[in-house]
Write a protein that binds this ligand. Structure first.
Ligand code: MN
Length: 730
């Protein structure tokens, strides 16, 4: 029998009670029993596909949730997770009997179960993962859902082949990565291994057999390693606990089949895990291990000072025993161990321990533990905040909406059905006449929310409405609507544009005959790059040229040319508040244009800059000395596309800058750079380091700074770090 039993795995209520009794946490058994009774009654004679009474499924899910150390409400939620489905009445009843927390958990799990997963593309899987987290107001919802998935995998054998594969793929792409992100390794490993077993039974068996074959030798090997470490630490380090562990089959699978290596080429097929009481002891044990065994260079990782994003902490090193067999050693404290296995779920355990009646020292001790473990890193105050933080970094400013076909579409917050329509297809946008959200007609300026299913209603002979430009959020939808007006309605635009111009002329006392128009408008046409008068009128018609912007200049021109005084008439005000200078850059002769900073040279305030008028994407700003800027503009191909621009005095926005830091290679270098940057509250986009042949290392950091002076300050602070030789801006 392999690592995980293939026998259908069900646990009943007495087993749940056993788990809860064994636990250090205190539980409201009355409430849990009541929840069980309600679940039992509601599921009645229902059976699983295998014929087993249905109630055993939620009870087993509750057992998994209980093993993770979750609280009373989570266990009630797990017991009742399949009860509600489509009856809101039932949900009201649950609120009455068990409180709104349990009701919300159940509602959350039910909603998440209705998400149509389409795992065709990795990108979509990523969206679904983000959306799942964003949709769950309470991270406990996700934990119950993961337990539900896991139990379904444990009892998957009686399902048809196709279903097993579909579910397995979803686990690999959606649920296991979520478990990983939340640090719940126990669930992640089992979900992956069980899924792999269905996705590639032959490959799975191959690894399983190889591991079984070596089992005895491995046990002996680990025993001998254990003995050597214990002998050396006996008198110096207290309470050293050592165990051997085999990697999950899925992780060995990935290394063997995907990286083309054989099992004995994988260093860490098995590892020795050392658990001690304190952080200093971790480093002491590391010293001892490196003393007894020869460490393999570059295999040491300090996840204690640099925890992984999912809160994982440990020291990792790979060493050779006296027969030159490589093996990995993981060193951690018990707290780290608990977090490594149960991740976010560990917090409920600690929280419960605090509420267990013994206040005072015990409470403080627990708070300290939790703090040192994770809170410092996440800068949060309690477990709910951590959950919130984890959710927030998924949420950002995006919403995830479904099409009726189940495709997930990612939109900026505040997007409307019009935006969605244009993302689906330009023609869908052009022909849109309305939209339905979750089956109900909504106004066209409805703000879409994550998890909603939005259907666009189209009609063949329809066309976009100009007012949509103000309704939609995405620039691409706006420009597509403008484009339509430009192309489809050229004749009307010319007529309309000319009328609009004449109207404004009249208002401003500009009196010209039709014959005088071409000469009078010539200058502005050239400036705005229109070849014919019709093009210019058309642009006014579809909104490409905004009259309120050009009229003042024309008026001035008129006064100059014809030397007449015009009675002051109120100039039309800008229809929308201009968003000028959000970019911090002023472009000569143009405002309100889209400004973007080029990636080739990442200009910063203070740099000498120049703008390039792109085709359709506004003006891109380069450093004057960027290699992509011609040395002599007058001699380049389209000199008129280069415009001068300068920085606004006040720059309130962050700019991205990439630094290349050369230093003598040493442990903790990257950690020091990170700590320095985060002490300065610098946002880090990416941070990599690589070794050079000469014993040096290069760290490349992409960060946000508020301008050149700020960057100078950052560089000087970084230069203080031990071993740093040079910092270059790329
Ligand atoms: Mn279920």
């Amino acid at each position: 029998m392999g690592k995980y039993s293939n026998v259908a795995h069900y646990q009943d209520f007495s087993e749940l009670k056993n788990i809860l009794e064994r636990s250090e946490n205190s539980y409201d058994m009355e409430k849990i029993t009541k929840a069980y009774k309600l679940a039992e009654e509601s599921h009645g004679d229902q059976r699983r596909v295998s014929g087993i009474p249905y109630i055993l499924h939620p009870t087993s899910v509750a057992c998994i949730v209980a093993e993770l150390g979750m609280d009373t409400d989570s266990i009630c939620g797990a017991l009742l997770h399949d009860v509600v489905e489509d009856t809101p009445v039932m949900l009201d009843e649950i609120t009455k009997q068990f409180g709104s927390d349990v009701a919300k958990l159940i509602d959350g799990v039910t909603k998440i179960s209705k998400i149509p997963y389409s795992t065709r593309e990795q990108q979509q899987a990523e969206n679904i993962r983000k959306m799942l987290i964003a949709m769950a107001d309470d991270i406990r919802v996700i934990i119950i859902k993961l337990a539900d998935r896991l139990h379904n995998m444990r009892t998957m054998d009686c399902m048809p082949e196709q279903k097993r594969r579909d579910k397995s793929l979803e686990n690999m792409q959606v649920f296991a990565p979520i478990a990983h992100r939340l640090g719940i390794k126990t669930i992640k490993d089992e979900l992956e291994d069980r899924s792999l077993q269905y996705l590639d039974p032959v490959g799975y068996k191959e690894i399983e057999d190889a591991l079984l074959m070596n089992e005895e030798g491995r046990d002996r090997f680990i025993e001998s390693i254990k003995k050597q470490i214990l002998e050396k630490t006996e008198n110096t380090i207290k309470n050293v606990y050592i165990s051997g562990r085999v990697k999950s089959i899925n992780s060995i699978y990935r290394k063997t089949f995907m990286q083309g290596r054989t099992i004995d080429q994988i260093f860490d097929v098995f590892a020795v895990r050392v658990i001690v009481d304190t952080v200093p002891d971790c480093y002491n044990v590391l010293g001892v291990v490196h003393d007894i065994f020869k460490p393999i260079p570059n295999r040491f990782k300090d996840y204690i000072s640099m925890p992984k994003p999912n809160m994982y902490q440990s020291l990792h090193t790979t060493v050779l025993d006296n027969k030159a067999i490589p093996f990995e050693v993981q060193i951690r404290t018990w707290e780290m161990h608990y977090t490594a296995e149960y991740g976010i779920a560990a917090h409920w355990k600690y929280k419960l321990g605090m509420g267990g009646g013994k206040k005072g020292d015990r409470l403080q001790e627990n708070i300290d533990k939790v703090k040192s473990m994770i809170l410092d890193q996440l800068q949060a105050e309690d477990a709910t905040d951590i959950a919130k933080n984890i959710r927030n970094d998924f949420e950002e400013n995006d919403v995830y909406v479904f099409t009726p076909k189940g495709d997930v579409i990612n939109l900026p917050r505040g997007s409307t059905p019009v935006d969605l329509a244009y993302i689906i297809h330009t023609q869908v946008g052009h022909r849109m006449v309305g939209a339905k959200v979750n089956g109900k007609i909504v106004p066209i300026d409805y703000k879409l929310k994550t998890g909603e299913i939005c259907e666009i209603i189209t009609q063949k002979e329809e066309h976009p409405n100009k007012s949509w430009i103000d309704i939609c959020k995405t620039a691409s939808a706006k420009s597509k609507i403008r484009q339509w007006y430009k192309n489809e309605k050229r004749d009307e635009n010319i007529v309309e544009g000319k009328q609009m111009l004449e109207r404004e002329f009249k208002r401003h006392g500009i009196n010209l005959t039709e014959e005088e128009y071409p000469e009078f408008l010539k200058k502005i046409m050239v400036k705005k790059q229109y070849n014919t008068l019709d093009d210019f009128y058309a642009a006014i018609g579809y909104g490409g040229v905004q009259l309120w912007k050009i009229i003042p200049r024309l008026k001035e021109e008129y006064q100059k040319t014809y030397a007449v005084d015009i009675e002051e008439i109120s100039v039309p005000q800008a229809p929308v508040k201009r968003n000028k200078a959000t970019s911090g850059v002023v472009i000569e002769g143009a405002d309100d244009v889209l400004v973007k900073f080029s990636n080739c040279c990442n200009p910063l305030p203070g740099d000498d800059i120049i703008g390039y008028i792109t085709r359709g994407y506004g003006v891109s700003i380069h450093k004057r000395n960027c290699t992509n800027v011609p040395k002599d503009i007058s001699k380049c191909e389209e000199p008129e596309r280069w415009v001068s621009c300068y920085w606004e005095d006040e720059v309130g926005e962050a700019f991205r800058s990439t630094l290349q830091i050369t230093a003598t290679d040493r442990t903790g270098l990257l950690a020091d750079v990170t700590i320095k940057l985060s002490n300065m509250h610098i946002f880090i986009h990416s941070l990599n380091s690589r070794e050079l042949k000469d014993g040096k290392a290069v760290v490349t950091a992409t960060i946000d700074v508020m301008g050149r002076n700020h960057l100078r300050g950052v560089i000087s602070k970084l230069s203080d770090i031990n071993g740093i030789e040079e910092i270059k801006r790329l």
